[in-house]
Design a protein around this ligand. Structure first.
Ligand code: NAD
Ligand code: FES
Length: 297
């Protein structure tokens, strides 16, 4: 069991957990993730590592409530425990002194972009960060991103905070202003990463994206996270999650992620019904586990 030593909402539906996981905290590098399972029959879900503290033996993960398991996870509080946390998984981000790097965090993807931005800054790069969210409430890690960036640009889709627009509008402005950009790192929704690669391809700017396909075992065995890179099948869990964005087949990624949508919706509806029927306050994971059986991936 992995104890939650602190749990706090960063934004509506987005929660940060500080978890006791000394071995992972010692080994974790930017760009890596964990796969966790809340209870014995529960599905395994990949979750971003936002930070780690090897001295305290803790890792920070950031979870956006999207389906049944992430909603369940976000009911957990300080003092609760998570059954399994496996990691760190995936290849770390390639950190070097590239020159000027633009780091783009879209929504909750900012949690994955943050440790990479920090490492790129430590490596001597000029880091220009762009963080985008649908609205003011959903902007996360602003202070943290500002601390590791030479400049931070924020956009909101509805204009409720900072500049109205998408992250791509800011990137377009930087390119049009003639800013020298040696590398772009983008983490966020697939449509965003695709739009960014379309912009940078024309400018011949190297672009790294972090992919988030369905994952099950996280060890390259199940094939669940297969992605098409430069016409070849690769596994995001062991060959990624970061890839050259100009080589990613985003259409296949969208199709594969959509394969499980009906099952996920059904599972979510069953979860909501079970909680309505109970009409109780959220319970610790061990109790929730007995009441939330549903379709698993
Ligand atoms: P969101 O839908 O709120 O979008 C965030 C921002 O992305 C928007 O504010 C906008 O600036 C930009 N964006 C969205 N659509 C765009 C488009 N068509 N063109 C250009 N820019 C666009 O994001 P969310 O709901 O927070 O979801 C974040 C996504 O990031 C999730 O899909 C999650 O799975 C993914 N994610 C990925 C990783 C990873 O490792 N790859 C890690 C964490 C999260
Ligand atoms: Fe199973 Fe990657 S999650 S192969």
């Amino acid at each position: 069991m992995f104890k939650i030593v602190h749990a706090q909402f960063l934004a509506p539906g987005i929660k940060r957990f500080v978890i006791e996981a000394p071995r992972i905290a010692r080994k974790q590098k930017p760009g890596q993730f964990v796969i966790l399972r809340i209870y014995e029959q529960g599905e395994r879900i990949p979750v971003t590592i936002e930070n780690s503290d090897p001295d305290r033996g803790t890792i920070n993960i950031v979870v956006q409530a999207a389906g049944k398991t992430t909603n369940l996870l976000n009911t957990l509080e300080t003092g609760d425990s998570i059954l399994d946390v496996v990691g760190p998984l995936g290849k770390p981000s390639e950190i070097a002194n590239y020159g000027t790097v633009v780091v783009v965090g879209g929504g909750v993807g900012t949690a994955m972009a943050y440790p990479t931005a920090a490492a790129l800054k430590r490596a001597g790069n000029r880091v220009l960060s762009i963080v985008g969210a649908r609205n003011k409430e959903l902007v996360i890690l602003e202070r943290e991103m500002r601390e590791v960036s030479d400049a931070l640009m924020i956009t909101t889709d509805d204009g409720s905070y900072a500049d109205k627009g998408f992250v791509t509008d800011k990137l377009k402005q930087l390119i049009q202003n003639g800013t020298r950009i040696d590398l772009v790192v983008a983490v966020g929704p697939i449509v965003m990463m695709k739009a960014i690669t379309e912009l940078t391809r024309k400018e011949y700017i190297r672009t790294v994206v972090s992919l988030n396909p369905i994952m099950i075992d996280g060890t390259g065995m199940c094939g669940g996270c297969r992605v098409l890179i430069d016409g070849k099948s690769e596994f995001a869990c062991v060959d990624g999650p970061e890839f050259d964005g100009h080589k990613v087949n985003f259409e296949v990624l969208v199709q594969r992620n959509a394969m499980y949508r009906n099952a996920e919706q059904k599972s979510m509806e069953e979860f909501k019904r079970s909680r309505e029927a109970l009409a109780v306050e959220p319970e610790p994971a061990c109790v929730v586990a007995q009441t939330a059986q549903g379709v698993e991936r």
